[in-house]
Write a protein that binds this ligand. Sequence first.
Ligand SMILES: C[S@@+](CC[C@H](N)C(=O)[O-])C[C@H]1O[C@@H](n2cnc3c(N)ncnc32)[C@H](O)[C@@H]1O
Length: 332
Amino acid sequence: MLSITPTSPSLRPCARPRLSDPPRPPLPVVAAAATSRRKRSEDDYHATIKSLNSKGRYTPRKSLGQHYMLNSSINEALSNVAEVEDGDVVLEIGPGTGSLTNVLIDAGATVIAIEKDPHMAMLVRDRFGYTDQLVVLQEDFTKCHIHSHLSSLLENKNSIGIKPRYAKVVSNIPFNISTDVVKQLLPMGDIFSAVVLLLQDETASRLADCSLRTSEYRPINIFVNFYSDPEYKFKVERTNFFPQPNVDAAVIKFTLKQVVDYPPVASPKSFFSMVNSAFNGKRKMLRRSLQHICPSLEIEAALKNVGLPVTARPQDLTLDDFVKLHNLITQL
Ligand SMILES: C[S@@+](CC[C@H](N)C(=O)[O-])C[C@H]1O[C@@H](n2cnc3c(N)ncnc32)[C@H](O)[C@@H]1O
């Protein structure tokens, strides 16, 4: 006989939307999702609305990119892409109502969640008050000292009695801080092994697939490939969020390189300064845009040495080419 429990999503007492609720979005679609590890989904549309109403704050804040995930299978897929397992330490940026946090805690992780909105920080603290697997910091991620927060957690033994060597990042972040998040986290291969993010689809595609000689090829592509191996995982339709954004999203995984595996440059700072100068004069040939580093003739000789034409422009160079060029012209 079929037994129905109060936890069946469609029968929970909170499942009735208020009259003020916006129309229910169409059935969410995920282009690809990993196998679900949990038996039930708690954070659907009704649960999200109930959660927002519970603190007397129903209207999501656009300035904070508050688009809440309504599809637990996508949260499961994010966790699976990061291979979150018992004893992991996971950083979550912007937990919101805690739908992804719920899945991460369920997978056995200790989560450090950084939430800028004080109401949402309070909400998520209340929701998971029963467990010591969650630390909530009410801070702006772009301004916080993430390294020191994480290092102290990694020094402790985890729930299965070992000290985890690396933490992971798993987050559905506000689209407007994507670049800041990527720039801040990717060079942290000393504390993170993987960074799995739900980003705007177009941004995820641009970061994962950088084709030479296109207008999308930018210094950020050199940066991403210097510090990580990026992989576009799957597209997430906009109908999966409340409120619905104007664009689709996608999951991207950055497997972080450890410091010993970074391309061999004497100083990443001087390397990226050269790359930025090269792209600042995008239509200019490198023999002109890098003239402030050394004379044109020497740049031409270095380009030939790398196997490139003397007329090369920044969008013609791979990461490897940039590394060779940098090492040649800065060691002259
Ligand atoms: C796209 S929502 C995702 C919420 C939740 N993770 C989910 O999947 O439903 C982004 C969350 O990030 C928070 N947020 C926005 N800017 C932030 C910042 N600079 N630092 C930390 N959290 C931020 C927002 O308040 C919001 O809760």
